[in-house]
Ligand binder design. Structure first.
Ligand SMILES: Nc1cc(-c2ccc3ccn(Cc4ccc(CN5CCCCC5)cc4)c3c2)n[nH]1
Length: 231
């Protein structure tokens, strides 16, 4: 998979060279490129923003630099991902969909966002998805892009050491994950649940499923309600 990121803070993504993603990159599983949006400006101040039509606080990112940058970076195979508070909520199913793509391009906005005509222009020609991390406002798209890149790339064969660990994850089965333990068997007076030391794999699986249900009921009851077919 190829991943391109366009941002006014390209050094923000230096960390990607460190983690698992860095290893996948070195092994040629992931081909990642970061671009500075200002490379597509032509004025002395490398301007990327201006005041909003209709008034309002802050600045909006100009369409011209984005158009020139995305024309250079997009390919026919690409999905253009635009982090936005107004986007569809990112989820594990969406991560699985994106992991099958050949080319992801992230347009990371700043200020109060990107001129809407950029999304409109590219929506006409290809696949564009606005993606939200959740119902809170970040200062820009970079953190969201980083989260999406990590969630997607770890699903690509060869990126994560043990592919089995991808199966029993939170949200992979629609429930929150069960609690995990390792040595020592007793720590600060706290013991490991005896069933986990029993060697009875059936009982362990049943206990883990019950723990997942309990946690989901407590922290994410929304995951347990069936979607209303009439909705
Ligand atoms: N899940 C999630 C993703 C983001 C995200 C993603 C991308 C960008 C680019 C810029 N920002 C900052 C920002 C966006 C919006 C506002 C409010 N809005 C402005 C226009 C008029 C109406 C009100 C304020 C600041 C971003 C924020 N935040 N949270």
């Amino acid at each position: 998979m190829r991943v391109d990121i366009v941002t006014i803070f390209p050094t923000f993504f230096d960390v990607l060279g460190v983690s698992l993603i860095g290893k996948a990159r070195d092994r040629g599983i992931l081909d990642m490129h970061v671009h500075d949006l200002r490379d597509w400006t032509h004025d002395r101040h490398r301007t990327v923003d201006d005041t909003p039509y209709g008034g309002g606080a802050g600045m909006v990112m100009k369409p011209e630099p984005w158009g020139e940058a995305l024309d250079d970076v997009l390919s026919d195979d690409a999905v253009l991902l635009v982090p936005s508070p107004a986007g569809e909520l990112f989820s594990q199913p969406m991560a699985r969909e994106l992991a099958d793509e050949k080319h992801l391009v992230f347009a990371c906005g700043r200020y109060e966002g990107i001129d809407q005509r950029v999304v409109d222009h590219y929506s006409a020609g290809g696949r564009v998805r606005l993606v939200s991390l959740g119902d809170y406002v970040l200062n820009g798209g970079e953190v969201a892009a980083m989260a999406v890149i990590e969630a997607v790339s770890r699903l690509i064969p060869g990126v994560v050491g043990n592919p089995e660990s991808l199966v029993e994850e939170s949200h992979e089965l629609g429930l929150l994950e069960y609690p995990s333990y390792t040595k020592p068997a007793e720590w600060r007076g706290l013991e490991v649940p005896p069933v986990l030391l029993s060697g009875n794999h059936g009982a362990i699986a049943a206990w883990r499923h019950e723990q997942s249900l309990e946690r989901t009921r407590a922290h994410r009851p929304d995951l347990l309600t069936e979607p209303d077919p009439a909705a």
